[in-house]
Write a protein that binds this ligand. Structure first.
Ligand code: FES
Ligand code: FES
Length: 149
């Protein structure tokens, strides 16, 4: 068993300490907005926040998240009000198939918290998520728009 705090709720989950956090989030907590892509920390589809930092949850054991504040895409909108990144995503019509986008948004939200006005170089360094649909240009535009919001 592990006690995890996800999106402000504390849950007792039936998982081993070395289970990847992604599986606890999707299979145990039932929060399927966080996606499985590669399973080896390469694509970013599984990105969530632990204490405000973006992490690739397929490569983080549950034991590393105990006692910390986990936020998934379902918890990004505070009180149902979309985060400025989510608003910019809608306004710039970023997603294509959508599969990578929740991880992309979580990575961007963490970047903007750390660096409210990122340059293109900052974006290139921080947002290494893979999008098979090639939405990179729209992602960049939406990041700059969110930074101005
Ligand atoms: S599924 Fe975690 S980085 Fe690809
Ligand atoms: S929108 Fe399809 S993989 Fe990124």
């Amino acid at each position: 068993m592990a006690r995890l705090t996800i999106n402000g709720k504390t849950l007792e989950l039936d998982v081993e300490p070395d289970t990847p956090l992604l599986w606890a989030i999707r299979e145990q907590a039932g929060l399927t907005g966080t996606k499985y892509g590669c399973g080896i920390a390469q694509c970013g589809a599984c990105t969530v926040h632990i204490d405000g930092e973006a992490v690739r949850s397929c490569a983080v054991p549950v034991s590393a998240a105990v006692g910390k504040k986990i936020t998934t895409i379902e918890g990004l909108a505070a009180g149902g009000v979309p985060d400025k990144v989510q608003k910019a995503w809608v306004e710039h019509d970023v997603p294509q198939c959508g599969y990578c986008q929740t991880g992309m948004i979580m990575a961007v939200a963490a970047l903007l918290r750390r660096k409210p006005k990122p340059t293109d170089a900052d974006i290139d360094a921080a947002i290494t998520n893979i999008c098979r649909c090639g939405t990179y240009q729209q992602v960049r535009e939406a990041i700059h728009a969110a930074a101005k919001a």
